[in-house]
Structures are given as C-alpha cells and as structure tokens.
Design a protein around this ligand. Structure first.
Ligand code: CA
Length: 223
C-alpha cells in the first residue's frame, strides 16, 4: 500500500484532500505545519504532497531537506503562487509535479496516480531488472544506479532520464521525447528543463557519454 505524506496548513483543504486520497486506498499522514513534516522525512513515504506557503517554514526549504534525505521519493508541489513554476518544477529543486491552487481534488488524485505508477510500477518486460550502462548498472526494481557496487544518489527525474537513455542506447532522443517520458505528456515543458536535467545527470554520472545533438536533443553512446 502506498503511503502519502500531505503537508497543507489550511485545515479544511487538508481534510478534503486527505479524504480524497484515502478513498483511493492509500495511507495518508497529514501535517498542518512544516516542522512536524521535517521530522517525518526519515519515515520515507512513497510520495510527498507539499504546500509551498507554510506558517512556520518555507516549503522550498522542506523540499530541499526531503530531496537531501530521500532523493528518490517523488514530490508534488501545491501552491497559489504560480510565478515560480520553473523553479518549482524543478529544475534546480527536483519537484516532480506541480498544481496551482485552486484545483479540483480529483485532479490531485489523477496526478498522484500517475506519479506513483511512473515511479513504482514494474513493467513485465523487466524480468531481468538490471540494465547495463557501462560503467553504470541500473537496477529497475530498486530504481537505483550503481557504479562499482556503490549507489549513486539520483532524484527520481534523474533516474527516469538515465533509464530512458539506458533503454535507448545509441539512439537520438529529441527533447520532446525526453519531456514526454520524464515529465509526462501534459507537462508544458521548456527545452531548458531538459537541458538542466541533462546537465545534472552529466555531473552525477561523469562517465556516461551523453552527446548533444544540436537543435534536437541527446544521445548516449553505446559502448
Ligand atoms: Ca498554505
């Protein structure tokens, strides 16, 4: 069963959202302030739903701590503020989805389903769940990447991109294909989002040869 941590200081909204999420059969722990959420990071839910504007601490700060302590756990941001979408989505901070208030609770449920499925589903073809991406090895079951048997900490988007490259070694991938795969088709992504993500991946996986294809996208060279 999936465990979801919801942080929302507006008590009414918190209750409504909790009710909707519970109806899907998920376990929900709800927080109405940032401090108690901070203390729960180590309990590692499957997903966080985070309000940005909190009374005690900044939601960005909370996100940063979550990503430091459990980089693979996805986060959906909810906020009335919509000016900062680029920052929120990401690209520096690693949020996985974003919903602007006001939104229909149903919309949050749909997004939640989508992320949980993307992050935790185990496709049947992965009987052999280990993919070689020399000198790295991806374990699809664990959603982890190793080099010399040591885990390299990736955010869930960085992992998704590495997996996409691993499944398409030697193939040119357009920025649009990458957006569709990593962010989902309804995300109005910018090329910059992709470039930022690639830049971060290059930094974390320096031995991976990611070629830039000018005006198009990227390709990982097969060894
Ligand atoms: Ca709030």
């Amino acid at each position: 069963m999936f465990r979801i941590f919801l942080v929302e200081d507006e008590v009414n909204l918190n209750q409504i959202l909790t009710t909707y999420l519970l109806k899907e059969g998920w376990e929900v722990r709800s927080f109405t302030d940032g401090q108690s959420a901070l203390q729960a990071i180590a309990d590692r839910p499957h997903l966080w739903i985070l309000d940005i504007m909190l009374p005690d601490i900044d939601g960005y700060q909370l996100l940063r701590r979550i990503k430091e302590q459990s980089p693979g756990v996805p986060v959906i941001f909810i906020s009335a503020r919509d000016a900062d979408i680029d920052r929120i989505m990401g690209l520096e901070m690693g949020s996985d989805d974003y919903l602007a208030k006001p939104f229909l609770p149903r919309e949050l449920v749909i997004r939640t389903h989508r992320i949980l499925e993307r992050v935790y589903s185990r496709p049947n073809e992965s009987q052999n769940s280990v993919i070689n991406l020399e000198p790295y090895v991806l374990d699809e079951e664990k959603r982890q990447i190793y080099k010399n048997n040591e885990v390299i900490e990736l955010t869930s988007k960085e992992y998704d991109l590495a997996l996409f490259f691993a499944q398409n070694k030697g193939r040119a991938l357009s920025r649009e294909q990458i957006i569709n795969r990593v962010w989902g088709e309804d995300y109005i992504g910018t090329d910059r989002s992709v470039d930022d993500l690639v830049r971060r991946l290059r930094k974390k996986l320096p031995d991976l040869r990611i070629e830039t294809i000018y005006g198009y996208g990227y390709r990982v060279t097969a060894k």
